[in-house]
Structure formats: structure tokens, C-alpha cells
Design a protein around this ligand. Structure first.
Ligand code: ZN
Length: 467
């Protein structure tokens, strides 16, 4: 009997499936283009976890161009026929996986990589992406901009919250995938480069250029990665406990109030450490840029040392903003939100730290700050546990988030509250946690039924009759 083509096909397919099953291996899949963030559906990617980013950028000030290589070490979480990286703009010229040339294509902010051979689940693999171009800005649903700002002196500043890191390097751009980094940026004399972590070294490069190599030893979320390129005055010191402090200030943003604020970094870090526990990273400090007034930007709790955009007209670094950003090193950077809807776990805690600081400084009592937040109608626009994509940085996340902590303190008493505040980030060191994990942690830690408190202050929309 002559085999009919259809039967032949079915038999062949069956044979393939059986072979795959006999192997014990599931069929390779295409890694998903997002991790399922409720607010930013294409942020991050499915199928793998990045362990380390090696970023090597060469920066050309007149054009604002970068020529770059990103080397990512990742582990496949499922068998992968292809996987995505997040990358916005720029031109990719080659991709390798495991040293072999890989196919790639671009689709919006997704860079789809197809390795020569599928990757089995559990495999550790290195991907290199060679890319270049002028990095730009992304506009968020709330209208704010992030990514790569070009400064008016030919320098640049990278601010990445929530999804701006994809403007300057390809990666898994979601807070749930933290990794260590080496960030090397080569610039012409006399520019300086500041990034996260510690300066591991500088090296001369042809054409009077210098490579600045920054090493980030503790896991970091992509949105916390930064690079500041420009004319910076650098100062190094140490806190009383010996933590290295590195500040870099664009002289044009060096107003008297900012200088006074920065001089207090050791004091602020020690004060916060006395409340939240030892500083979680191997160095701290601040970066004060000068974006000028033609651009937005925002202060950001970039890991190790927060970054301030330096807009004209206002002091670059008010001390309460510095206190706020530094507190994020514990709440945001050490324990990082599971997804963007959990943002109040960052901003509520940092706002509450401002209230503690004002109390400590004798400016306003914690109770007065709470009363003011309670009275502010903006704080009742939505429940802090459920912002939409436009509301990630809206007042209710900050003020109502802080009121949740105020209420917990009232319910638990100072002793139990501050023990819990310290224990919370330490329960997820260098990790991630969700709102639900926080409420469960509070109940476990205190043995109290806090459900009604959370229902009103965290999940509730309506303002109660009184504080
Ligand atoms: Zn904040």
C-alpha cells in the first residue's frame, strides 16, 4: 500500500512527539513578551531570569550617540525556542546566544531573540547584544518622561522608573527580575561618569577618552540603574560606621541649600539605619545633575545613591527629598515591589519616613503630617493598593500609603510597629514582595487581625469620618 501523504505527516509528527516525550523534555516555547504586570503588560519578559548585566557604552557628546554591547547572563525557566528583551529605539546590529549568532527581530519595545538551538529549562546562557544610536525618552501613561535625558552641556542622565531602562540597554525591564551589574561608560576628557555601585576603576582609551567602570555587587532592579555623564564635582567621605559616601554634583546645580543637604547624608543614613536596620548596600551618596528647565525628570532612588535632576528655579536637593530618596534604599531597592501596582510599598514608606524626619527635626509632629495628609482630598482619589497606570505616582500612593503606616503604628504601639518596620525589608533582602505579602507579614508578625485596618486604609476608597 502506498502511504498517503496525510498519514505520513501524522506518523512523522507522532514520532517527533514521542521522541520529545521520551526525552522527558517539554516542547520549547516562545518566551512571553511581558511578565504579566497589571499596569505595564509588556514590561519584562517571560521564560528566563537575568543574573548579571555587563553593559559597555561608548558615548559621543556632540551627537549624543552610544555604541554599546550588553552581555546578559540569564537562566532559562522553561525550554525556550525564543525569548524577548525589552529595548526602545536604537539599532541592533548583532545578537549572540552562548557564543553563537542568533536571529533577532524588533516589534515595538520587544527585541525577539531566536537562538540557533532551543534553550533547555534550567540552562544558564549568555546573550550579547551589539547596538547603537541616540537613546531617547519614553512617555508614561501619566505623561511623565523617563529614559535617557540629554543635558544641555552634552552630557546625559538615565532615569528609569518605571520602564525607562529599556531606552539605553536591552533587558528584562521589570522590578521582579533583579541582577548584579557592571556598567562601563567611555567618555571624552574631561567628562565624568557616575553610575550605581562602586567605581571599580578608570582606564585610558584611544583618542583621549576614559572608561569608567562601575560595579554593582548587590542585586538591582532595572529601573534603579543609572548613568550620569557630565561635569561633576566628586566628593568622597564615610559615615560614622564606615560606609563609603560618594557624591557627584554638577556645579550649575550647586546651590547653598543643596550643599547643606548633601553634607547631611552621613547623618541621614545613620538616622535611617537606626530605625530601619543597617544600610543594605556597599556604598551610598547622591548624584545632582543639571537637566535645566527645558526638561522634566524626577528625583529617583537609584540604587546606592539617589539621583536629582537639578531643574532650575528650585534648590536641587531639599533635605526632605533627600531623606525620602535615601529611605527608598531600604523600601524599594532592598525589598522591591513585586509589580507596579505594589508601588505604595515604596512611596508610602518613603513619605512616612519624611514624617518621621520632620518629627525628629521638630518641624511637624508625625500626627500633624498625618492630619494634613488625611485632610488632602487628592489622597482620597483612589485606594493606594490599586492605582491604574496613570496613577502610579499620584498623591494617594504617597500620602494614603503613609497613612496606612500611621494607622498601623496607632494599632500596634510604637514598640511593635518599629520592630515590624525593621523586620519587613529584612524578610525579603535583595528580593521582591507584594502588597498581599505585606499584609500577611503584618498579621503574622503581630498576631493581630488587621483586616479591617487594611480594608479601610489600604483597599478602601472612601475617607473615614476621622483619622
Ligand atoms: Zn519616592
Amino acid at each position: 500500500m502506498r502511504p498517503r501523504p496525510l498519514r505520513l505527516l501524522v506518523t512523522l509528527l507522532l514520532a517527533c512527539c514521542l521522541a520529545a516525550c521520551a526525552d522527558g523534555a517539554a516542547a520549547p516555547v516562545n518566551g512571553s513578551p511581558g511578565v504579566g504586570d497589571p499596569l505595564f503588560p509588556t514590561a519584562g519578559n517571560g521564560g528566563y531570569d537575568v543574573g548579571h548585566y555587563g553593559l559597555d557604552l561608548s558615548y559621543d557628546p556632540p551627537s549624543g550617540r552610544i555604541e554599546a554591547t550588553a552581555a546578559l547572563t540569564a537562566t532559562a525557566r522553561e525550554p525556550l525556542a525564543s525569548f524577548d528583551l525589552d529595548l526602545s529605539g536604537l539599532t541592533v546590529t548583532s545578537v549572540t546566544v552562548g557564543g553563537r549568532s542568533a536571529d533577532f527581530s524588533r516589534k515595538g519595545t520587544e527585541l525577539v531573540v531566536t537562538p540557533a538551538q532551543p534553550l533547555p529549562a534550567g540552562r544558564r546562557f549568555e546573550t550579547t547584544v551589539v547596538y547603537q544610536g541616540v537613546p531617547g525618552l519614553l512617555t508614561d501613561p501619566d505623561g511623565s518622561q523617563e529614559g535617557w535625558f540629554h543635558t544641555d552641556d552634552g552630557g546625559a542622565l538615565a532615569l528609569g522608573e518605571p520602564v525607562g531602562s529599556m531606552a539605553w540597554f536591552p533587558g528584562d525591564d521589570h522590578p521582579s527580575d533583579k541582577a548584579t551589574y557592571d556598567i562601563t561608560v567611555t567618555v571624552p576628557h574631561p567628562m565624568t561618569v557616575v553610575a550605581n555601585g562602586e567605581l571599580a576603576g578608570t582606564a585610558p582609551r584611544p583618542g583621549g577618552r576614559t572608561a569608567f567602570h562601575w560595579h554593582v555587587a548587590q542585586p538591582m532592579a532595572t529601573y534603579l540603574a543609572t548613568v550620569a555623564i557630565g561635569d561633576y564635582t566628586v566628593q568622597r567621605s564615610r559615615t560614622a560606621s564606615g560606609l563609603p559616601v560618594y557624591t557627584a554634583v554638577d556645579p550649575r546645580s550647586d546651590d547653598p541649600q543643596t550643599a547643606a543637604s548633601l553634607a547631611r547624608i552621613p547623618e541621614i543614613v545613620d538616622w535611617e539605619s537606626s530605625i530601619f536596620g543597617p544600610f543594605p548596600f556597599s556604598s551610598t551618596g547622591a548624584v545632582v545633575a543639571h537637566l535645566g528647565d527645558r526638561q522634566g525628570g524626577y528625583a529617583l532612588e537609584t540604587q546606592n545613591r539617589p539621583t536629582f535632576p537639578g531643574n532650575e528655579g528650585t534648590p536641587a536637593v531639599p533635605v526632605t527629598t533627600l531623606v525620602h530618596e535615601l529611605s527608598h534604599e531600604w523600601f524599594g531597592d532592598w525589598v522591591t515591589p513585586h509589580n507596579w501596582q505594589d508601588i505604595w510599598l515604596n512611596e508610602g514608606f518613603a513619605t512616612y519616613t519624611e514624617w518621621l524626619w520632620k518629627d525628629h527635626e521638630g518641624v511637624a509632629t508625625e500626627e500633624q503630617s498625618a492630619q494634613a495628609a488625611f485632610a488632602d482630598a487628592d489622597n482620597w482619589a483612589f485606594a493606594p493598593a490599586s492605582p491604574d497606570a496613570k496613577q502610579v505616582f499620584a498623591p494617594a500612593v504617597y500620602g494614603r500609603g503613609a497613612l496606612v503606616l500611621h494607622e498601623l503604628r496607632r494599632a500596634l504601639g510604637d514598640k511593635a510597629f518599629f520592630r515590624m518596620l525593621r523586620a519587613w525589608p529584612a524578610a525579603h533582602p535583595y528580593g521582591n514582595a507584594s502588597t498581599q505579602e505585606f499584609t500577611a507579614f503584618c498579621a503574622d508578625f503581630t498576631g493581630k487581625n488587621l483586616t479591617p485596618l487594611f480594608a479601610t486604609w489600604l483597599y478602601g476608597r472612601a475617607r473615614p469620618a476621622h483619622l
